[in-house]
Write a protein that binds this ligand. Structure first.
Ligand code: ATP
Length: 234
């Protein structure tokens, strides 16, 4: 197992946002977390990437307990992240944003750069454009491309389809599939449960800070309760 989240509890002040979440991600998988607004999906990802601290529980990554490791060290260890709201540097060019993604690498990044531009030809066309002037979809591509520059073992994706037109959503999802095919394990948080379940191998359903169901994604797509709650009635 590549990533194991064991019974994590996370608080915002006195409010318990996560009340004992356990999630397992095997090497090579795409795993998705789905659930309503406020269920704790983003908090789970932020806790894995080190942006939020744990009250209790453990995060094991690649055989190491990283529960207390600072976020930037987790990136170096192989946890790549493309956060909700993109988190790109708006005043810098597309190219420089990509290079920032490789800041922790000690060897040349030319291979990773070429791969990012190959996966996202749109970024290659716009390499000298200020990132902040790119469209929402382009910024999402940039956030994913930048995360890949660090050659992550696992890519954490928070709502990559947020705010995108349907055609672009399709594009982003097929690129995520391609990234996975090239050997990157993916943990995906999505509001768009239908698309996420079509893409993922396995899925966890979160409700108010707890996992209420986990199964093969294809089983959840056909689960009447999941259809009624998250897939527009089924
Ligand atoms: P969404 O799909 O709406 O993004 P989510 O499943 O990602 O929802 P979280 O953002 O993880 O849910 O929120 C989980 C709970 O923690 C919610 O009740 C939310 O109000 C609360 N919460 C999140 N961030 C904070 C914060 N910075 N301060 C206080 N409470 C927070």
């Amino acid at each position: 197992m590549l990533l194991e989240i064991k019974d994590i509890h996370v608080h915002y002040g006195k409010i318990a946002a996560l009340k004992g979440i356990s999630v397992e991600v095997n090497e090579g998988e795409i795993v998705t977390l789905i659930g309503a607004n406020g269920a704790g999906k983003t908090t789970t990802l932020k806790t894995i990437s080190g942006l939020r601290g744990l009250t209790s529980g453990k995060i094991i990554f690649d055989g190491r307990d990283i529960s207390k490791m600072p976020g930037h060290k987790r990136v170096v260890a192989g946890l790549g992240q493309a956060p909700e709201g993109r988190g790109i540097f708006p005043g810098m060019t597309v190219h420089d944003n990509l290079l920032m993604g490789a800041y922790a690498r000690t060897t040349s990044s030319s291979k990773e750069l070429a791969e990012a531009y190959e996966l996202f030809p749109r970024l290659a066309e716009r390499r000298d454009q200020a990132a902040g002037t790119m469209s929402g979809g382009e910024q999402q591509m940039l956030a994913i491309g930048r995360a890949l520059m660090a050659r992550p073992k696992v890519l954490l994706l928070d709502e990559p389809s947020m705010g995108l037109a349907p055609l672009l959503v399709q594009q982003i999802f097929s690129i995520i599939e391609e990234i996975n095919r090239r050997g990157v394990t993916v943990l995906l948080v999505e509001q768009n449960a239908q698309q996420a379940l079509k893409l993922a191998h396995r899925a966890y359903v979160l409700e108010t800070g707890r996992v209420v169901k986990s199964a093969a994604a294809s089983d959840l797509l056909n689960d009447p309760a999941v259809q009624a709650a998250y897939l527009g009635g089924g």
